[in-house]
Design a protein around this ligand. Structure first.
Ligand SMILES: [Cu+2]
Length: 203
C-alpha cells in the first residue's frame, strides 16, 4: 500500500473521530437546581416506614411500664357517684371513675350524664352470691353493694369499646378468679382492650 492510499483510507476514520469527540464536547452537563434535586429526592424517598408488630408491642409495654396506673384509695362516705360519659379524662365511652373502692353496704349511683349508656354487671364477673344488675338505657340507677368482692360491669351498647368499670367492695376476695376470666372477656373488646387489665391493676 502506498502512502497516498493510506492517507485516503484514514480520512473517513479521522472524520468519524472528529464527529464523536465533537459530540462529546458539545454535550451539556445536566445541572439541577436545588429545587429539582429536592423534588427528585422526595420522589425517590420511600413512602412511610415499615413498622413491625414487635416494635409496637415494645413501645406500648415501655409506655405501660413507665407509667403504671395509680392504685385506687377507698372512697369515703357511703354513697358514691359514677358518671356514664361519651368522653372523659380516661378516653371516650367511659365510666368516671372507672375504678372505685367502696365499703360493704355502700351505694353507687350511676348517673346518665351523657345519653346512650347504661350500667350492667358482666356475666361471671361479680362475687359468688352477689346480685347482678342491668340498668335501663339513659337512666340513673342506684345499686347497694352488700356482698364483698370485685365487680366488673359494662355499658351494653359500648361493651365492644370496653366501656366497662370495676368496683371493689370491702376485700377483693375474688380478684384471682376475675383476673383468670379477664383474658376471655378482653378478647370481645374491639377497642381499648387494655382497659380491663389496667383497671384491675389499680385495685
Ligand atoms: Cu355506653
Amino acid at each position: 500500500m502506498t502512502l497516498y492510499k493510506k492517507i485516503i483510507l484514514s480520512i473517513p476514520v479521522m472524520i468519524l473521530l472528529l464527529i464523536v469527540s465533537g459530540c462529546g464536547s458539545n454535550e451539556k452537563e445536566l445541572v439541577l437546581t436545588a429545587q429539582q434535586e429536592k423534588e427528585i429526592a422526595e420522589r425517590l424517598a420511600p413512602i412511610g416506614q415499615v413498622v413491625l408488630k414487635k416494635d409496637i408491642v415494645d413501645t406500648i409495654s415501655n409506655v405501660a411500664s413507665a407509667t403504671p396506673a395509680p392504685k385506687i384509695e377507698l372512697s369515703s362516705g357511703s354513697e358514691h357517684i359514677v358518671k356514664m360519659l361519651n368522653s372523659g379524662v380516661g378516653g371516650n365511652m367511659i365510666f368516671e371513675p372507672a375504678v372505685i373502692k367502696v365499703s360493704k353496704g355502700d351505694t353507687i349511683h350511676f348517673k346518665a350524664t351523657d345519653m346512650s349508656h347504661n350500667s350492667a354487671s358482666m356475666a361471671d364477673m361479680i362475687p359468688n352470691g352477689a346480685t347482678s344488675w342491668s340498668g335501663p338505657m339513659n337512666e340513673d340507677i342506684s345499686i347497694k353493694f352488700d356482698t364483698e368482692g370485685v365487680y366488673v360491669y359494662q355499658c351494653d351498647p359500648h361493651a365492644m369499646m370496653a366501656m366497662i368499670g370495676v368496683i371493689q367492695v370491702g376485700d377483693a376476695i375474688n380478684l384471682s378468679e376475675i383476673k383468670e376470666l379477664s383474658g376471655e372477656k378482653k378478647s370481645t373488646f374491639m377497642m381499648n382492650s387494655d382497659r380491663l387489665d389496667t383497671y384491675l391493676s389499680q385495685l
